[in-house]
Design a protein around this ligand. Sequence first.
Ligand code: NAI
Length: 705
Amino acid sequence: MALNLDSVGKKLGPVSKDYNWKDVVLYSLGVGAGFSDLEYCYEKNLKVIPSFSIATIFDFISHYAATSNVNLAGILHGEQDLILHHPIPVEGTLTTEGKITHIYDKGAKKGALVIGESETRHSNGKKLFTSILTLFSRFDGGFGGENAPAETFVFPDRKPDFEITETPSLDQPLIYRLSGDVFALHVDQEFAKMAGFEKPIMHGLCTYGYSCRALMKSLTPGQPEKVRRLKCRFSKPLYPGDPIKVQIWKTDNRTAVWKTVNAKTGEDVITNGIFEFGEIPKKEIRFDGQVAVVTGAGGGLGRVYALELAKRGAKVVVNDLGGSQDGSGGGSSTPAQKVVEEIKALGGEAVANYDNVATPQGGENIVKSAIAAFGTVDILINNAGILRDKSFIKMEPENWQSVLDVHLTGAFNVTKPAFAVMREKGFGRIVMTTSAAGLYGNFGQTNYSSAKMGLVGLMNTLKLEGKKYNINVNTVAPIAASRLTEGILPPDLFAKMKPEYVSPLVLFLCSRDCGVTGNIYNAGMGFYNRAAVVTGPGTTLGDGVNPPSLETIVDHWKPISSLEKGKLYFELNEQVGVAINAFNAPAPPAEGKNEAKKIASVAAVFDAMPAAFNAKAAEGVDVVFQYHISGDGGGDWNCAIKNGSCQINAGVHEKPTCTLKMAAKDFIDMIGGVLPSMQAYTSGKLKIEGDIMKSQLIGKLFKLN
Ligand code: NAI
């Protein structure tokens, strides 16, 4: 009988199961626990081994086999991923729902893979765990389907950090099967022979349970609640009585990779293991009710962003033109459509869009697709990209232009209509995609680097225009294995660069929880850091009235070039303000002179202002300076200067030319000459909003010290 390919996407369950402490203890004994780890075997203060979760959903798992119609004589557990959301209580009722998400064809003699994903909730209302299971069906291959995407897994090139050896007893499967998996292969001599084994084999999940105990012993001793994820591939059968060795490499303080080998033969029994551990996050980041547009999402990074957003509740527009790597050719609807199917198979919502980001009409259409399908846009990831690498001297204008068109103009084309929707609703998250080639340079990519750095400029200004509408704009510089990097990266590096390492950072930038705007992050291979334009402290040369000579510049090259104590500026005004204020700093007090002038209070400064006003300097000037002085003795004052006259009033003016904000103590220090105004400004003690250029008049209009 053939596999039922229509079973993909069909909802399975709910299937419920009651369990109590005896089930928990029986499982623990089945996976080798005993007096040496009594906390899992004794009802007093009983703890649950996290891999017990899989045993509780055995009835549900059997639906995968029945619904997909696999040949039962040839099925083996291929892979298991278990993600724990909350610790497993010692008793209760579990309810599991899920679906078959993929059926892959490995080839006529190689078999088929049936992949199912399920979620299990406890009667206490909590989602306890997600299981992603791969059934390997040895006799069902060759139906003409697609093969599973190739996966690479690299173990560290060093000795394991932990090794734990145990020997399951000859009778182990007889105990383990009482937890639910009563498949004849693990108990019946005749059946085992028919399936091609010399005798009944261990349950793969029993060895998985042994491995889980070894991992906990090494990394979370006595704390099963800290186990977050247990993933692996079952690679070889194991006979009862054969010793096993669990080998563990800790890769950081939350993750380890592991394998379990047959200690007699040295063969891997379980491999490609991932173990995640640590505190359960207090809050899960979700995108329920939000609509995301991801451009270029038919493959590579964009596909993973789209899938991950959908898994966390977002409705996704999967845009992809389906073109070639260099953007040539007619395009195809297949890549975007396939990703939409993947999302739907996981129970998510998505629509495909095949427009070209490089045209204004394409950009409009992409946003229209979102509005037509889901009513709005909350999130936009500008990700579509092509490459046309050439050394500069060989760079044809066409290769220059087409790369700028897709990356930079493409982002403009989609962001413009999306920004309008976001502005209207007062919320938006936009992510631009730059590249290390743009941030730092890369030989042969002048077109690409320019486009990618152009996106940083687009972000820098858009963040300011979006700020009051709660639209955050950030930029990622990814490093990931994709067709764009296939020819550029060395093959061994390429294997370590899953887009899945980039997506968590990008998803955070898309989330409501992300408060930052205008930032750039490098992300890839598990390494993340921030990149930024840093500005050195600089120096003044000359008197600010006459330009310095070229030789003076040369003589002062060191302080001009220094980035020591460099600063980040959020907008042009901040940096230009420093230059404008550079010569405004009062001259340092002459030695031995009593420098500071006594200032009684903030109010006294404003009382003294009319007398300090220089009417001559105010001819033709029409400005309002608003002061907001915080802290003890502070308040709001404004100085309105028009036609050579000056009015000082307490309170807030409705149309100030610029607003100066300062703490009362700093204000008194600045007026008294203790705190130079430039230092006040560069240190952030004095903040100036509005027309910063006009604030320069203050020094001329008032002679307070
Ligand atoms: P990819 O080639 O797998 O994905 C890019 C997608 O954009 C393709 O599916 C392509 O069909 C689509 N696309 C191209 N032109 C389009 C257009 N005019 N309209 C709509 N869709 C279009 O490449 P990958 O690596 O996933 O790249 C994603 C983004 O990340 C790109 O912007 C790339 O420049 C950037 N990036 C990637 C790096 C990496 O290491 N993979 C490094 C730095 C930046």
